[in-house]
Design a binder for this molecule. Structure first.
Ligand code: ASP
Length: 344
């Protein structure tokens, strides 16, 4: 079998940061210092190249234009590599990885996002293990030479998650990510165990990779909470700048049933706004038929986001709205499971 080749795409994040001697804040440094800190990478029987973003960013500053750059880079270098590892800050990793999962069509190679909670230069860093395992996963192939995980995923603290199912759940523990509505795709212990039945495979391994480059970002997120006012709800749902709103509701998709609230939701629907219901709960799904507090939303034109994470719903909307100018087409595609992001 040919030696695998991997492209590491370094965008920034804690993994590559070091302390600024002047103000003691963490700032990004260059990739050669990452390589020096991880000599284990040299022991792999695969060729490893790197691409460094300029400027490197703390992922709190990530923009859709960076997702477009990552997607274009993967498309342009696709034939040269067997897999891609994206080094990214943890704060918005699930947003970026979800976006890439919808932007890349006919993916047949792994795209593994990873990062760390402690910079790679620190003695107790989690970055070394995250990076080394991500490279191993990105290079892993079966006997036919096909990638074991031809998906966009997030590797963190021994677990490989489907990107659009992942979410950051802890700001300081090493197990910072989880995938509450879908089991991990692989686990790293002494060996890496791949759960093959859970991993999505392309229909045609040889189809050309294409990119949905167009993103329409006119989306707002409204988190329902006790004491929310009509003015706030109206500004967000009916604002001229929004084409779609993600409603983060309680439990299985419930919201307040006050007349003023449902009237504003109806008003937004009449304005052709795309309204998607996701739950504030970490796990579980939206079912607007279950309670009398969910049904009025459905009747007012809100569509179910099922068990989608907010990050995935946002990314899916950006991509679908970039693709279709007709909001009904967007609504229809939202209900479909496009990349394993919802269970229906
Ligand atoms: N603020 C950092 C970032 O997201 C945090 C991290 O990487 O863990 O870039």
């Amino acid at each position: 079998m040919n030696r695998s080749s991997i492209l590491i795409i370094y965008t920034g994040g804690t993994i590559g940061m070091k302390e600024d001697p002047v103000d003691s804040t963490l700032k990004p440094f260059d990739f050669s210092q990452i390589l020096e800190s991880v000599p284990e990478l040299g022991k792999f029987a695969c060729k490893i190249d790197s691409y460094t973003f300029n400027p490197l960013i703390d992922s709190s500053d990530v923009e859709p234009s960076i997702w477009q750059s990552i997607a274009r880079l993967i498309r342009d270098r696709y034939d040269e590599y067997d897999g891609f590892v994206v080094l990214h800050g943890t704060d918005t990793m699930s947003y970026s990885a979800s976006a890439l999962s919808f932007m890349l069509n006919s993916l047949s190679k792994p795209v593994v996002f990873t990062g760390s909670q402690l910079p790679i230069g620190k003695p107790r860093t989690d970055g070394r293990e995250n990076l080394v395992s991500s490279v191993e996963i990105a290079a892993a192939k079966d006997e036919q030479g096909n990638a074991l995980v031809p998906e966009v995923c997030v590797f963190f603290d021994s677990h490989l998650y489907r990107a659009n199912r992942s979410t950051k759940v802890n700001s300081e523990n090493f197990d910072a990510f989880n995938s509450p509505n879908f089991p991990p795709l692989a686990e790293a212990g002494i060996n890496i165990k791949y759960y093959d039945v859970l991993i999505r495979k392309p229909q045609n391994w040889y189809e050309r990779l294409t990119v949905n480059e167009e993103l329409d970002t006119r989306v707002s997120i409204l988190k329902i909470h006790p004491g929310i006012t009509a003015q706030v709800v109206r500004n967000i749902l009916c604002g001229p700048e929004t084409r779609a709103v993600i409603l983060e509701t309680y439990g299985s998709g419930n919201s307040l049933t006050k007349d003023w609230f449902i009237d504003i939701v109806r008003e937004a629907s009449a304005m052709d706004k795309i309204l998607v219901n996701v739950t504030q709960c970490l796990g579980g799904t939206v079912n607007m038929d279950l309670y009398a507090t969910g049904k009025p939303l459905k009747d007012a034109g809100v569509i179910s986001g099922y068990d989608s994470t907010t990050e995935s719903a946002l990314a899916k909307l950006f991509v679908l709205m970039g693709r279709y100018s007709d909001n009904d087409k967007v609504r229809a595609a939202l209900l479909e499971d496009l990349r394993g992001e919802i269970s229906r």
